[in-house]
Structures are given as C-alpha cells and as structure tokens.
Design a binder for this molecule. Structure first.
Ligand code: PLP
Length: 382
C-alpha cells in the first residue's frame, strides 16, 4: 500500500519533531501514533538516519555536552551516531585519529612513504585503568598504546601525559591520541580532563572520552563536575544501554569533526550512490559496517516515555537510596535524631539544632558520627 521509495526531502523530519527531549513523560499511545506520522512517510530510510540525528542532538543537549557535537547547529562540524558498542566506537575514533595524523605527516614530508611506515611511528595513550577495549583497538590497528600510571585516586593527570608525550617525541615517535575515561570499569574513577585537555591541544592529540557507564549520570546537572574539560574532546562515547534503561545494544558516539570520520571510512562503489548523496548525511561513512539497525527508535521511546525528569530521577534514585540508608543507620545509632526532606526531587537529611544546651563540641561530635557512617556506607557500595 505504500510507496517503495519515499517522496520526502532530506531534513523532512526536523519539522515534525522538537529540538530537545521532553522534560515530562508522554503517553505510550501518543508516542506509538508518531510511528505513522513521523517514521512511515520516510520508510526505513531516510527516516532511520533522520531520527538518529535528531535523537543524538536530544541526547547531546540532555547530557550538557558541547554544541560542537550537535548535528543541527550553525557552529558545528560534528554530530552523533549510534554504534553497537563502546569498543567499536573507540576503535572508530582511533582509526579516525590515525588517519588524520597520517595525512598531516604525509603533508609535511616531501618524499613518498608508505602509510604502514608512518603507522609504525604512531603512539596513543590511556591510563592503566582504561578498559581493555583500548588495548584491543591498538591490537587491531597495529598502533602502540602506552598505558600511563594514575594518581592515588586512580585518575590520569595532565603532567603524566605531558611527560610521556615528551619522552616519546625524543624517541622519534609521533603521539596522536589520548583515550581518557570518565568512570573507569574498576572503581568509576575520572581522568582529569581539565588538565589533559590542554595537553592534548598543545601536543596535537585527538582526545577521546570513554564514559561507557558513567555517561548516563550527566543527565543530572549536579553530576557534571567530572565533565569539565570535555570542551577539549574530539570524540565522546557512552552506553545508554548501561544506565539509561535503553535495551542493549545502544552506544552513543559523537565526533567534533565529522569530516575526519568520513575521510577515514568513505568508499564510493556505484551500488551505494544515490541522488541525495550530497544533501543528506549518510551514516555508512561514520562506522565500520554498511548496514544499520534502527536503534534510535528505542532511544526515542525511552526518552519520551520517561521524560528527562524521570530519567534524571532514575539516576538520582541510587544516590537517594544511599541517603535513605545513611539516615536509617544514623537514627538506629541512637546518638542523634534526624529526618529526611526532598529538595528539587533530591533526598536530603535535615540536621537541626533546637536545644539551648547544644554546644559547638556536640555538633563536631555529631558531624564525626555522620561522616564516619557515610564513609563506611560508601565503602560498602564500591
Ligand atoms: N569502557 C568502559 C569504561 C567500560 O566499563 C566498558 C564495559 O563494559 C567498556 C568500555 C566496553 O563497552 P562495550 O561492551 O560497549 O564495548
């Protein structure tokens, strides 16, 4: 009953959908009816690509990521794409960074050297706490990866990177990339992007950020302290399938400069050409496989049926539950009586002084009990 080829123009979907995810939840029926209104006129494609671009912009805004990761923004050359895993995205970022550096090196040389010779001089960095997918990306691409020591909080620091880059340059190597982690697999440690970002900029390194698990937390503005420095990133990846209630597989990957991806992955056989090649984004140039799943559909359904407000509440719930447990333990200790309150949907513990006999010493003692009980509780949850 339907046209085989859709008769919509590239960009048709932007007029049908808002620029940002809804704050409030929407009815299932409302969302489901949009399949007919928004998706079906564009059949599997371009609807698949257009919804993904819009959803990646929703997600970018919802996480407070830089505008240069948006598809639809006048100052942006970047955009986001859904990949199947963080491992694959880190490999894609590494291949793009490698291609870019090889092209730079080639432009500086007057003689013709094989890419494999230049590849052999490249070196990338990550901390010893980085996920094994970084090591795997190095194995696949035949690129050396140096795993750098962390500080006592298990985060990678700027000075350590700087020193490693300088040593490698002295040895004739070409540093080209840092795979940093926000939320390491072991203990959820955060590399110091505010220090690492400027080093990457000075030294010409592609800064990739792996926030596989912790990335969902950035839905909550009060948890974005560890995101500072992300303005130096060239690529950023996280798994909504980990902590955002989107079914596996769903990996959100953004790049600052889409042309650097396209120059790495573009091929042009005649059977893949189409009349909108110039006007439309084609995600086959942003990834390793050619075929693509319609992953943005489930992201769309989750973001609308929960609304940003409830997605944030889901992240905060874990912390609220801890606050509640702390309160229970303090009350049971019999040393003080405290009650909970809720401010901006965040659970807090109220500590109020009402007796005329309370001294500063009493408050210091109570604070000691509170912080010790909280430390024990936090240690148990790690
Ligand atoms: N990076 C980090 C920090 C992780 O914790 C994980 C764990 O799953 C990964 C990457 C791998 O993710 P994926 O299974 O999507 O490749």
């Amino acid at each position: 009953d339907r046209r085989v080829i859709p008769d919509v123009k590239p960009g048709y979907m932007r007029e049908l959908l808002p620029d940002a995810a809804p704050a409030e939840p929407e009815d299932w029926e409302n969302i489901f009816n949009d399949i007919e209104r928004v998706i079906m006129p564009g059949a599997s494609s371009p609807a698949c690509t257009e919804l993904e671009m819009i959803l990646m912009d929703w997600l970018c805004r919802a996480l407070g990521l830089p505008v240069f990761f948006l598809h639809h923004h006048p100052d942006s050359r970047g955009g986001g794409v859904l990949q199947s895993s963080v491992s694959e995205s880190t490999l894609v970022a590494l291949l793009a960074a490698r291609k870019d550096k090889i092209l730079q090196l080639r432009a500086e040389l007057d003689q013709d050297v094989d890419d494999s010779v230049l590849n052999a001089r490249l070196v990338a960095y990550a901390s010893v706490q980085a996920h094994s997918s970084v090591e795997k990306a190095g194995l696949i691409s035949l690129v050396k990866i140096r795993f750098l020591p962390t500080d006592e909080t298990l985060s990678l620091r700027g000075d350590t990177l700087k020193q490693a880059v300088q040593e490698d340059r002295r040895r004739g190597l070409v540093p080209f990339m840092l795979c940093s982690t926000l939320g390491t697999t072991g203990v959820c440690a955060f590399d110091q992007l505010t220090e690492l970002g400027p080093v990457c900029e000075e030294e010409g390194l592609w800064l990739h950020v792996d926030a596989a698990y912790a990335g969902s937390a950035y839905l909550c503005p009060e948890l974005r302290w560890s995101l500072q420095g992300v303005e130096f990133a060239h690529s950023f990846v996280f798994n909504p399938s980990k902590w955002m209630m989107v079914h596996f597989d769903c990996t959100a990957f953004w790049v600052k400069d889409k042309f650097k991806l396209q120059q790495t992955f573009s091929v042009d056989p005649v059977y893949l050409r189409h009349e909108n090649s110039q006007a439309a984004t084609d995600f086959m140039h942003w990834q390793i496989p050619l075929s693509r799943r319609f992953r943005s559909l489930k992201l769309w359904f989750v973001m609308r049926s929960f609304g940003l407000k409830n997605l944030q509440a889901h992240i905060r719930h874990v912390r609220n539950a801890l606050t509640q447990e702390l309160l229970r333990r303090l009350t049971r200790s019999g040393t003080m009586y405290l009650i909970p309150a809720e401010i901006h949907s965040k659970r807090i513990i109220r500590f109020t002084v009402t007796s005329q006999f309370t001294t500063a010493e009493d408050i210091r003692r109570d604070w000691g009990v509170i912080s010790k009980t909280a430390s024990v509780l936090l240690a148990e949850t790690q």
